[in-house]
Design a binder for this molecule. Structure first.
Ligand SMILES: NC(=O)C1=CN([C@@H]2O[C@H](COP(=O)(O)OP(=O)(O)OC[C@H]3O[C@@H](n4cnc5c(N)ncnc54)[C@H](OP(=O)(O)O)[C@@H]3O)[C@@H](O)[C@H]2O)C=CC1
Ligand SMILES: O=C(O)C(=O)Cc1ccc(O)cc1
Length: 446
């Protein structure tokens, strides 16, 4: 039995054995953080065929022991985290679950919890506890200050406290949810956000164009669009596929997002400025109307955003031009319209469970929608600037494609769409990932 207030400063023989099954991006991040904090009994594995290379990689990392498979990890660990693809969680838990040590606490890192909950309930022995977790950020973001969801599902308070003690060293903010609340909140935070960026990428790739390399000003809102789009496409496809396809609330939202984009676009094509304005203003009222005016906007000014310009063509660059490019901001108009249609109040999730990407994206939406001048400029560009039509058309087509793909529930189709777009942007990932990390740091600190 592990003490509830166990700490890395305790004698090593009193440390719980912490087991990590799946040493991909998140497993590795967890292993490194736990080792850095001083935990001395970290047992890890990935697929048996990676045993030798993992062993070599971790031979000098303090506290970490590599095992051949999940049976070996499960038999000796007091706390176990499955950090594998959501699509495979059922299979992997069915394999190793029965080997779980008596009295252990089991958790998962999957981004969508319904399949994880099913798998745990089906395959874990009755004499083990379930306290699941989910870091609401990617593997390259420092966990400090970010939300870490804790789900006390089948466990006494003492087991929850053990998990808290293990992860206190992350400096994350614990967020306590049930499995069901988790899937609802994460759908609200992530589904449409990811759909928007995946769509932008596919639309740009469809035009074979890197928008920030067209010699035009790419600062402010465009900076966020480009950097986050690149960040998402440089992550693993299965992370986004899993949370879109396996979370039923996510599917509904992604479908509404594509319908919102199409309906707004039809108003633009019809030259219906009044109709478009009425619809956008109504959505603004629903989503931003109840937000307290005294709440400080998230962080955004063009000047702050311009620090993170990619490709060196921001306003202040010697080669840069001066005027921001007109834009309908269809991606943002559709997002707010979608939230309004589904009665989602995104600000409710901001303090609870915002991922860094969501925080940034809602900050950009707020920047646009809280200024009638900016919003009207977007509406006028949408209706009258015919140069924007081809971009917006590509956007609508891409949004529909993503929503259909998710509704078909096909991981294979999702993977092909994702990787095809990703390959177009691959050469730009390194630069974007460095800039994106700086941007997230700046927002987290602001
Ligand atoms: N990346 C992110 O931004 C975040 C991801 N998550 C969630 O965390 C989980 C892991 O994601 P991430 O680390 O990014 O993905 P990765 O693909 O990098 O890691 C998953 C790892 O698990 C391995 N694996 C698969 N089956 C087994 C098995 N039977 N035994 C041991 N290892 C196995 C995979 O091997 P192989 O590649 O050969 O299949 C892979 O190395 C996912 O559920 C994801 O949704 C949560 C928060 C953020
Ligand atoms: O911030 C985001 O939305 C990301 O893209 C990173 C991410 C991906 C999956 C998660 O389960 C949590 C965070």
């Amino acid at each position: 039995m592990v003490r509830i207030n166990v700490s890395p400063n305790d004698p090593p023989e009193e440390h719980p054995t912490i087991g990590l099954i799946g040493m991909g991006a998140m497993g590795v991040m967890y292993a490194r953080q736990l080792s850095k904090a001083g935990w001395k009994r970290i047992s890890v594995c990935d697929l048996p065929e990676k045993y030798d290379s993992l062993k070599l990689e971790y031979k000098d990392v303090p506290g970490i022991t590599v095992h051949r498979d999940g049976h070996a990890v499960s038999r000796i660990s007091d706390f176990i985290m499955y950090s594998v693809e959501a699509e495979y969680i059922d299979r992997v838990v069915s394999q190793y679950g029965p080997s779980t040590k008596v009295g252990a606490i089991v958790s998962g890192q999957t981004s969508v919890k319904a399949p994880e909950k099913d798998a745990f309930e089906k395959y874990l022995p009755q004499d083990v506890d379930i306290v699941s977790i989910h870091s609401l950020h990617g593997p390259t973001v420092s966990p400090e200050g970010q939300p870490l969801v804790l789900i006390q599902h089948r466990a006494p308070d003492s087991s929850l406290h053990v998990v808290e003690s293990i992860f206190r060293c992350f400096g994350s903010r614990f967020v306590y949810l049930t499995y069901e609340e988790h899937d609802l909140v994460t759908a609200n935070v992530q589904a449409v956000t990811h759909a928007a960026f995946l769509t932008m990428g596919t639309a740009w790739a469809g035009q074979r164009s890197y928008p920030w390399e067209q010699g035009q000003y790419v600062g402010g809102i465009e900076t966020v669009k480009v950097n986050i789009m690149l960040r998402i496409y440089s992550n693993k496809w299965h992370v986004y596929a899993g949370l879109a396809i396996l979370n039923p609330s996510a599917r509904i939202q992604i479908d509404q997002y594509s319908s919102s984009a199409a309906e707004l676009f039809k108003l633009m094509l019809a030259g219906d400025e009044d109709g478009l304005r009425a619809r956008v203003y109504k959505a603004r009222e629903q989503v931003f109307g109840s937000v307290k005016a005294e709440r400080a906007p998230i962080f955004l000014t063009e000047d702050v955003l311009d620090q993170f310009t990619i490709g060196g063509s921001g306003r202040s660059s010697p080669t840069g031009t001066t005027a921001p490019r007109a834009n309908s901001h269809l991606a943002l108009l559709a997002m707010v319209d979608c939230w309004a249609h589904l009665n989602i109040q995104p600000f409710d999730h901001l303090d609870l469970a915002a991922t860094p990407i969501f925080r940034m994206w809602i900050g950009v939406a707020e920047y646009l929608f809280r200024s009638t001048e900016r919003l009207d400029a977007a509406i006028r560009s949408a209706v009258y600037d015919v140069m924007l039509r081809s971009d917006d058309l590509e956007f609508v087509v891409a949004a529909r494609g993503w929503s259909q793909c998710v509704s078909f529930g096909s991981f294979d189709l999702y993977k092909r769409r994702f990787l095809e777009t990703a390959s177009f942007f691959e050469s730009r990932f390194d630069e974007a990932s460095a800039i994106g990390s700086e941007m997230i740091k700046a927002i987290s600190q602001s």
